[in-house]
Design a protein around this ligand. Sequence first.
Ligand code: ZN
Ligand code: ZN
Length: 356
Amino acid sequence: MLKSRRASLKSFFEEYSLKALLFTDLRNIRYLCGFSGSEGALLVSQDQAWFLCDSRYTAQAAEEVHGAEIRECAAIRIDTVAALAHEYGLERIGFEAAHTTVSAFRRLSEKLSGCELVEIGSKLDEIRICKDHDEIEQLSAVATLASQALTSILADIKPGVREVDIAVALEFEMRRRGADGRAFDFIVASGERGAMPHGRASSKVIRSGELVTIDFGALKDGYHSDETVTVACGKPEIRALEIHSIVKSAHDLAMEAVRPGISCRDLDEVARSYIRNKGYGEYFGHGLGHGVGLEIHEMPTLSPRSTAVLEEGMVITVEPGIYIPGFGGVRIEDTVAVTGDGCRVLTSADKQLLIL
Ligand code: ZN
Ligand code: ZN
């Protein structure tokens, strides 16, 4: 499996005439060699690979790392990279410009003075854009866990409860069910706060008749889930019902349109044009969705400016919303895996308007 992931690097060696690639982004390192710790580097040449870490991680690396020789670095990791470059004649090394700070780059240039450093932008992250079978199973498992956790705490959503209480109960339930943690700070936005697409759970008390938008996800073995439901706490206003039904239809239409070959821009437009035709176009300000994997937000991006085209194996969210300042908002989000002829929905909490 890691072998086929490494094979995707071949095009970079050719395109940039490289002798090696240096990875410092932990998601890419995990993807390419299995290491799940919080510090390390991976140097990959055409036929060899070295995983570099300090003594805190040597035992963990010995357990987790596959297909790379483990080099414990006593002091400065870059010194070890420089020594390897010298030993193996790696005079042209590509690096992840998108994940390298200016000061790290300066240090690297200093230590690797005999070597040409080639800046590769976020293109290196594209190696993770299509998920393999194992990844889709992991993403499916974490999504199921999170959806079930949400379903099990729905009864806690009632007038008088604070948004933060919902967030805490949900995270507890996820951990109890085996999650390593939450995928991000949950959004629990009730009433007027629902107009903020990223309204983090606050100490606001939920009142009867309010809509509550809950955007949540779990993290397990490095993989994230992402899902949003908007529920009503008691009988909602007519306008809230109307908005929910428009967002739900836009969501359903976009879900039906997911298939290999459709451009991310066209998919975004499926939901956007529906919302626009209903008169709420100006209240849907963000893109339709994003990729999900070892990062909560990764490629591709689904928006009017997106240039990507969906391919089998991509795992994306579909999350239209309407946000009206002074009134509130609705978002409905599912995560799906693109299949040969459509998609497999990984998240499973009920998307009908639940009136609790
Ligand atoms: Zn979300
Ligand atoms: Zn999302």
